[in-house]
Design a protein around this ligand. Structure first.
Ligand code: DQA
Length: 154
């Protein structure tokens, strides 16, 4: 299965950016942990990982992977709270979306409590630091994989 992993604006600065909120791990550390997790699996999972600080570029990346991706793991960062364009792009691709946040957005400022993305996501993982990405990837594999509850019921 092919999974597109998208990191939104300012996540390239992880490690230096408000470590008391976002932790000390860099984006490279997070990406390496995702690759390592995938390598430990006995099923074939292909990750393509991208980061952009630009809303339009994120929209283009999503559209570009329309045929390729079986699922999209996305931390839209600040665009979570503002971007109808990213929501529309995700809806257009029509594959499962898992929304990721390092911090617990519901325990922070009120403007972070609303997400334009959650309404089109299969689920949201928020508040577990870098581990949110691993949990989100596990959830995505569960959704796409052969051992989903749906398949067990058949
Ligand atoms: C974030 C939460 C957003 O509110 C914020 O704008 C980010 C990161 C997170 O991962 O906790 O840039 O998405």
């Amino acid at each position: 299965m092919n999974i597109l992993v998208l990191h939104g604006p300012n996540l390239n600065l992880l490690g230096k950016r408000q470590p008391e909120i976002y932790g000390h791990q860099t984006l490279n550390d997070i990406n390496a942990a995702l690759d390592q997790f995938v390598a430990s699996l006995s099923i074939n999972v292909v990750l393509k990982i991208k980061q952009s600080n630009h809303e339009g570029e994120l929209v283009s990346i999503i559209g570009h992977h329309m045929e390729w991706a079986d699922g999209i793991l996305i931390n839209p960062a600040a665009y979570t709270h503002t971007s109808i364009a990213i929501r529309d792009a995700l809806t257009t691709v029509d594959v499962p979306i898992v929304e990721i946040h390092l911090s617990n957005i519901y325990a922070r400022e009120e403007f972070r409590h609303h997400s334009f993305i959650s309404g089109v996501a299969a689920g949201v993982v928020s508040g577990f630091g870098a581990y949110s990405y691993i949990l989100g990837l596990q959830a995505m594999i569960h959704i796409l994989g052969p051992n989903t509850t749906e398949n067990l019921e058949q």
